[in-house]
Write a protein that binds this ligand. Structure first.
Ligand code: XIL
Length: 538
């Protein structure tokens, strides 16, 4: 093995960066669904670009990250029941089909709501409100037709949405005006008749407001005492950086859990823009004028705000985990910042950043902070007990900045071996790692340093997520590079890790002697010893 040469540091040339990124191992990215698999579903609201246009990038995010989907608009009354005698299920069908094809739980949103329901639904031919009996018949026809169509294919349904005011009293809406307060009871009873096995949800915003929460819960308790089939309560979760407090969220989850019903976080997003006139609700009919002061991040968002949002998401997920026995799903209301409704609510035309994927479809610091508090290993422990398949880890010296690159991939090995510029020098197999996910093998994650063009390898999930969740991070996640052992077994040896400050890269060796020589002869300003990285085979 060539001894490590320490030349003056110089950053990567564009050419060498190109060689590597073009052959980079784009392994499976890690997944929120897996990280929270023991706790609750991770869901997302989709728009029709995903299930009608089959946008491949958004589809990959959802199928990679989620186990539950909801349609942002396409199952609402105005979308699938545009006139009282006409249903149009074309988009709704695409949505449900897409969910089934991709093995998702499908959440139905929503049957009975005062918004996004055409006013004609409540009126007769002469434009007057219909009678109570006629309105009940229309509501029941809608519930029976829509739920019936997807029976057995939609597992959870928002039956009634937003029926209460902020002070906890029943909202004055066409539903309550024409039918009376028992429209809620009739809706749930009808839904249960259609599908006895579906989870029936009452959904609302501003549960954190004590008066609203107390009013709704008193009402719900009365209905439950009468045997009305309500299975779960949906907390929309349209929240801000500083509101509600974790104490308010905790009090809300506690009170809702104490009903004995399941809880769904149905529409989570974290608005980062200034609140317009202190409005914290989510009534889609409330609107404010656009002003510059309300739209401060038109071009770009400061890293400090991204960090605040990341911390906020992590704190909320940590809180959700405390209530994981009650929570069925945590569903994001959108996928990327670009598609969030908060770009237009409650002020039209702002540039908002509420989601955990950015406008380039890349995971944001918030994504990694959520992964950082995830309870489950990113990669489930292997169930296989097959013997280890040792494979060589090829070591290349990159002469332009005196860093090292390690790969198990033939394509990368071939590409770098074919380099004639003198940038890449093959130094032989570094050691043998494991090629299969078996017994106690654990993944080594590979990250790409966009500044130096070098790669970082770590077997520590926490270290990787820590690096990626920094808003100023210069790393991209590339996937699982290979497998190693986290602890020694007979025949395995420690692999030592060094950090080279001049190139900002790491060096690994299983050779005890090489490690000792480097430690004894190279000043730590050039190469500092980090310790044991993992265990593998010589
Ligand atoms: C929003 C959609 O995301 C927007 O596309 C639409 O223009 C308005 O409605 N609470 C709800 C959701 O229950 O249905 C709303 O969805 C957001 C607030």
């Amino acid at each position: 093995m060539t001894p490590l040469k320490l030349a003056t540091a110089c950053f990567a040339t564009a050419l060498s960066a190109l060689i590597l990124s073009s052959v980079a191992n784009a392994g499976a990215p890690f997944s929120m669904r897996d990280g929270y698999r023991s706790a609750f579903h991770i869901g997302a609201a989709l728009d029709s670009r995903v299930f009608v246009n089959e946008d491949p990038v958004l589809s990959d995010i959802v199928t990679g990250q989620c186990s539950l989907i909801v349609a942002g608009n396409e199952l609402k009354w105005e979308s699938l029941h545009p006139a009282i005698n006409r249903y149009d299920f074309s988009k709704a069908d695409s949505f449900v089909n897409w969910g089934e094809r991709n093995g998702m739980q499908v959440h139905g949103h929503v049957l009975v709501w005062h918004s996004q329901t055409p006013s004609s639904a409540f009126k007769d031919a002469s434009g007057r409100n219909v009678s109570r009996d006629e309105m009940i018949a229309r509501m029941q026809d809608h519930i029976r037709t829509v739920m019936g169509r997807y029976k057995g294919r939609i597992q959870t349904w928002d039956v009634v949405n937003e029926a209460f005011n902020d002070d906890g009293t029943l909202r004055d809406s066409p539903w309550s005006r024409i039918i009376g307060p028992d429209f809620i009871e009739i809706a749930f009873r009808t839904a249960r008749e259609v599908d006895p096995s579906v989870m029936l949800v009452y959904n609302d915003y501003s549960w954190v407001n004590p008066a609203k929460r107390a009013g709704i819960l008193a009402h719900i308790r009365q209905l439950l005492a009468k045997g009305v089939p309500i299975d779960a309560l949906g907390i929309q979760g349209h929240w801000q950086l500083g509101y509600p407090s974790l104490e308010q969220v905790d009090a809300t989850l506690w009170d809702l859990a104490s009903t004995g019903l399941k809880i769904l976080i149905t529409e989570l997003d974290i608005d980062v823009l200034p609140t317009a006139w202190d409005y914290t609700g989510a009534d889609i009919n409330v609107r404010f004028e656009l002003q510059d002061s309300l739209n401060p991040y038109r071009e770009t968002i400061p890293p400090a705000v991204l960090q605040q949002q990341a911390d906020r998401y992590a704190a909320l997920f940590t809180k959700f985990l405390e209530y994981k026995d009650y929570i069925h799903t945590v569903t994001f209301w959108g996928i990327t910042d670009q598609d969030s409704w908060l770009n237009n609510f409650p002020v039209r035309g702002r540039t908002n950043y509420p989601m955990v994927y950015n406008r380039d479809n890349q995971p944001k610091p918030a994504y990694f902070s959520i992964m950082n508090v995830a309870p489950d290993p990113l990669v489930p422990p292997a169930t296989a007990t097959d013997p280890y398949v040792p494979i060589p880890l090829y070591r290349f010296h990159r002469t332009t900045n005196n860093s090292h690159f390690f790969t198990v991939t033939k394509a990368e090995f071939d590409a770098l071996s074919a380099d004639t510029s003198g940038t890449w020098v093959y130094e032989g197999p570094s050691h043998h790692v494991i090629g299969n996910h078996t017994q106690n093998s654990t993944p080594v994650y590979r990250l790409f340093n966009r500044v130096s063009g070098s790669h970082f390898y770590t077997a520590s999930k926490d270290e990787m997520v820590g690096v990626l969740s920094n808003p100023s991070s210069i790393f991209n996640y590339e996937g699982i590079a290979f497998w190693v052992l986290a602890a020694p077994i007979p025949g395995a040896q420690p692999v030592y890790r060094f950090f080279a400050p001049p190139s900002g890269s790491h060096f690994f060796t299983i050779n005890e002697q090489e490690k000792d020589v480097l430690r004894a002869t190279v000043p730590s300003t050039q190469l500092s010893y980090d310790g044991v990285a993992w265990f593998a085979f010589p």
